[in-house]
Design a protein around this ligand. Structure first.
Ligand code: C5P
Length: 410
């Protein structure tokens, strides 16, 4: 699936001589599938591990090796200048040392010197080479020149040694690439808080009340806000999915915990997107031990529930005192009279926008990849969006949030 931020981006992927270079094939494939134009440069040593044909097959583009084979005039300058981003993954200690000292003995090094855009380096090296003073000094020097380093991960390396030196996995590398490419986006410098998933209200040590929220829409919102350059705090109830690279995750369980986390995170923030499905009620008290049937004649069990705090109403009060968050977007999962209920919530909760979805439809709402939403603005503007995947809904909503914030500034 394409990723808007990566569509039509020119990425030069430098691959150097590490066994981890096989992972660079997967990275090149993921970037290509996301819509980027990926041109690979292999060093001579990398060519011993993976063939240019492998990369050409997944990128559908030329793969460059020896500087003298380039059949275009000053090709290294073209590669360096045209790229939106230069990624070196895996980067060996040797290549990092050469970068630090400005050497230009192969096509990759010449391209690094000619690059005008960000450079992201993912080291991979075995046997303590990463921790060596020389490598650390070279990395520190390159960081001072605004080169971004990601990883290495700590774990088992090809030699069997365990330590820092493993190349980050391709999905994580894609996450870091998104962070670098998005950093000057429409929410650069903005602090965004997103809530996602269900809450769980304990009945006893093994049971809880909850709902069917998967957190997918919230995760997509967090990713879209990161893609737009925001710093993002994600306050999430129990969800299974991987969280996007770069978010500050605050895991919570109950609605009360979510309330406290939201109040603390929104202080000083620009936007709150409250997509979590918060339980409105909680058992008055959670039993200390597992609730048991008393006898076979037991007819049933009555559970008394208390109201949970309404987090958005609390945020609205906070906003009237402090001015933060500057904008608030709420969500309404409805099964009937969606617009009417949405209007009531927008007013009661003091929202700038409410995203209404009819969760009774099979292709929208909880636990599916798509959503069909109606956007209601504070001035009663209504916009019905067609069926979209949740990441597209998220991108559009983040676009609206950026617009609302920009309007406040004017
Ligand atoms: O009133 P209702 O629960 O339908 O409103 C939904 C919106 O309010 C969502 O944005 C949800 O995250 C938020 N909410 C809240 N605190 C609650 C319940 C819901 O902030 N206790």
């Amino acid at each position: 699936m394409t990723i808007k931020l990566l569509e039509d981006k020119q990425i030069v992927l430098g691959v150097t001589g590490s066994i981890a270079s096989y992972k660079a094939v997967d990275l090149a494939s993921r970037l290509t599938q996301a819509g980027a134009a990926v041109e690979v440069i292999l060093t001579e040593a990398a060519g011993q591990f993976v063939s240019p044909v492998t990369f050409r097959s997944v990128t559908g583009r030329p793969v460059h090796g020896d500087m003298w084979d380039l059949d275009e005039h000053i090709g290294h300058v073209r590669l360096g200048e045209a790229a939106d981003l230069l990624v070196i993954a895996p980067a060996t200690a040797h290549t990092i040392a050469k970068m630090a000292h400005g050497l230009a003995d192969n096509l990759l090094m010449v391209t690094v010197l000619a690059a005008r855009r960000p450079v992201l380096v993912a080291p991979a090296m075995d046997g303590g080479m990463y921790e060596h003073q020389a490598t650390q000094a070279n990395i520190a020097l390159l960081k001072s020149r605004d080169v971004t380093f990601v990883g290495p991960a700590v774990g088992r390396m090809a030699s069997g040694l365990v330590g820092p030196g493993r190349l980050l996995e391709p999905p994580e590398l894609v996450g870091h690439i998104r962070l670098v490419l998005g950093r000057d986006g429409s929410l650069a410098g903005r602090k965004v808080v997103v809530t996602a998933g269900p809450t769980r209200e304990p009945l006893d040590p093994v049971r809880f009340l909850s709902n069917r929220s998967s957190g997918r829409q919230g995760l997509a919102l967090a990713q879209a806000a990161l893609d737009a350059g925001a710093s993002v705090t994600l306050i999430a109830g129990p969800i299974e999915a991987e969280v996007p690279v770069g978010v500050e995750l605050v895991p919570v369980t109950t609605a009360v915990e979510m309330h406290d986390a939201v109040i603390s995170a929104t202080t000083g923030s620009d936007a709150l997107l409250m997509s979590a499905a918060v339980s409105d009620f909680r058992p008055t008290s959670a039993a200390e031990h597992k609730i048991k049937k008393k006898s076979d004649a037991d007819e049933g069990l009555t559970i008394h529930l208390d109201r949970n705090p309404d987090i958005l109403e609390a945020v609205n009060k906070l906003k009237s005192r402090t001015g933060f968050p500057k904008i608030t977007i709420g969500f309404a999962a409805e099964t009937q009279n969606a617009l009417e209920h949405g209007r009531g919530k927008l007013q009661r909760k003091g929202l700038d926008l409410i995203v209404i979805n009819d969760v009774s439809a099979a292709d929208a709402g909880f636990a599916v990849e798509t959503n069909r939403v109606t956007i209601l603005g504070a001035a009663d503007q209504v916009d019905n969006w067609p069926l979209l995947d949740k990441s597209t809904v998220a991108e559009r909503l983040i676009g609206l949030a950026a617009q609302l914030l920009a309007d406040q500034r004017d």
